[in-house]
Write a protein that binds this ligand. Structure first.
Ligand code: SAH
Ligand code: SF4
Length: 413
């Protein structure tokens, strides 16, 4: 058997720290055009017989139908000749990931459960969830990068899932396509109405956070390719300033993320001492705090206007003392930073508890007095997710996805 390799360093994996992601899915016989870059669209056009001189222009047309108008049927593409539409439909679809459930909270939070192709019939479905969190002046979409996660952070339910598979770039973009479909946010399409949707500005999805399931920097190429499509100003057009990638600290990939993607960075710090972080985020044994912060200091494009968000989950009696808060502030000195305190969302079987509210307030006061705005987000969508992280869903199996959604609630910035 071949040795499993670390996706960041290509050295053998330490199974105590991480699992290996499988590429266990069979792409559909007729691939979807949804999620393709301009270059890939031009290639697909070439494959159905479009002459090289025409490919760029035709790709631009397709781009517009896909990412501005959200076309779901080739017949909608009226600026494309009938013959080309027919050729494309013979070889491709405009499919998005399949939506298997939708829940809408009274506060407007929406979540979609998406099913992705697996390897063989009968195996556990590959499912991810995507969550939309509207506020008056913004709408944030929380997107997944993997089914499950190769890392095993001890407080995170996703980490307990055994099956891990990387999403394709198309499946990552597909989450945004689905959200736009369900919200009616396409040129020429009627928008949904309902409580809680943003009332300021003219867009429903203004921000994307890679804070769903998975470690985005362990699926680097797909995440990069997807986010570059998402940020393209002529298409989905969500600017890089409004896209945040959250990492548990894959140090060797942080500079590349800045250079090749250029979105905002969030780092799951959660502890100020290596000894504790080793337990909470086992990847810390590979890339300890000092190395992680050094990579942060060198993050391309970092400035006071483009700060790194440090995420800190509030765990009762574990990382929540005044001394921890003071050490946190000291640790981040000199790094343009924001601090995001996340109330822990408990899940069945966890031994951690969320810090008491007074403790979170005291912690946040210390951080605030040191000059950081430290928003603590109230969970959203309580009715569809239930209080304190206990979504009452049909089966216990849903709990991984509940965690994801609940986390997202706490994460909008
Ligand atoms: N894998 C990436 C991104 C997804 S997790 C990462 O770890 O950064 C998004 C955030 O939710 C991370 O900061 C993660 O540590 C946090 N998180 C995970 N489980 C949580 C839980 N049960 N309660 C609160 N936050 C949690
Ligand atoms: Fe993976 Fe992030 Fe959960 Fe850690 S916190 S197990 S990196 S999803």
């Amino acid at each position: 058997m071949s040795v499993a390799l670390d996706p960041a360093t290509a050295k053998p994996l330490d199974p105590a720290i991480e699992k290996i992601a499988l590429e266990r899915y069979v792409p559909p016989k007729k691939p979807s055009l949804v999620g393709l870059s301009r270059a890939a669209l031009a290639e697909a056009l070439g494959a159905v017989g479009v002459a090289p001189a025409q490919q760029k222009m035709r790709a631009q047309q397709l781009w517009h139908w896909l990412y501005v108008r959200g076309a779901t049927d080739f017949e909608q593409m009226t600026s494309v000749s009938k013959q080309l539409r027919r050729m494309l439909a013979e070889h491709h679809t405009l499919d998005r990931p399949q939506v298997v459930a939708e829940q809408i909270s009274v506060d407007g939070t929406r979540k979609w459960l998406l099913r992705l192709p697996g390897e063989h019939p009968g195996e556990n479905p590959h499912e991810v969830e995507c969550v939309y969190i509207p506020e008056t002046d913004r709408g944030t979409l929380c997107v997944s990068s993997q089914v499950g996660c190769t890392l095993n952070c001890s407080f995170c339910h996703t980490g307990t899932q055994r099956l891990v598979r990387n999403l394709t770039a198309g499946e990552i973009i597909g989450q945004i396509m689905v959200a736009r479909d369900r919200l009616g946010e396409w040129l020429g399409v009627e928008r949904v109405k309902g409580p809680g949707l943003p009332t300021e500005g003219d867009r429903l999805i203004t921000n994307v956070v890679m804070m769903g399931m998975g470690e985005p920097l362990y699926n680097f190429e797909a995440v990069r390719d997807a986010l570059l499509v998402v940020a393209d100003g002529d298409g989905l057009a969500i600017s890089k300033r409004r896209i945040t990638l959250s990492t548990s600290g894959v140090v060797p990939m942080i500079a590349r993320a800045g250079e090749e993607i250029g979105v905002m960075l969030a780092v799951s710090l959660h502890a100020v001492r290596d000894e504790l972080r080793d337990q909470l985020v086992p990847l810390n044994r590979k890339y300890p705090i000092a190395q992680l912060l050094e990579a942060c200091r060198n993050y391309p494009g970092l400035s006071n206007a483009r700060r790194i968000t440090f995420e800190y989950v509030m765990l009762k009696g574990v990382n929540d003392t005044d001394a921890d808060a003071k050490a946190l502030v000291r640790l981040l000195a000199g790094i343009p930073a924001k601090i995001n305190l996340i109330p822990f969302n408990p899940w069945p079987g966890t031994t951690y508890e969320c810090s008491d509210w007074e403790r979170i307030e005291k912690f946040s006061e210390i951080v605030f007095n040191a000059g950081y705005a430290s928003p603590v987000r109230t969970p959203r969508g309580r009715d569809i997710l239930a209080a304190c992280g206990q979504l009452k869903s049909a089966t216990e199996k849903l709990s991984a996805r509940e965690r994801l959604a609940l986390r997202a609630m706490a994460m909008t910035d």
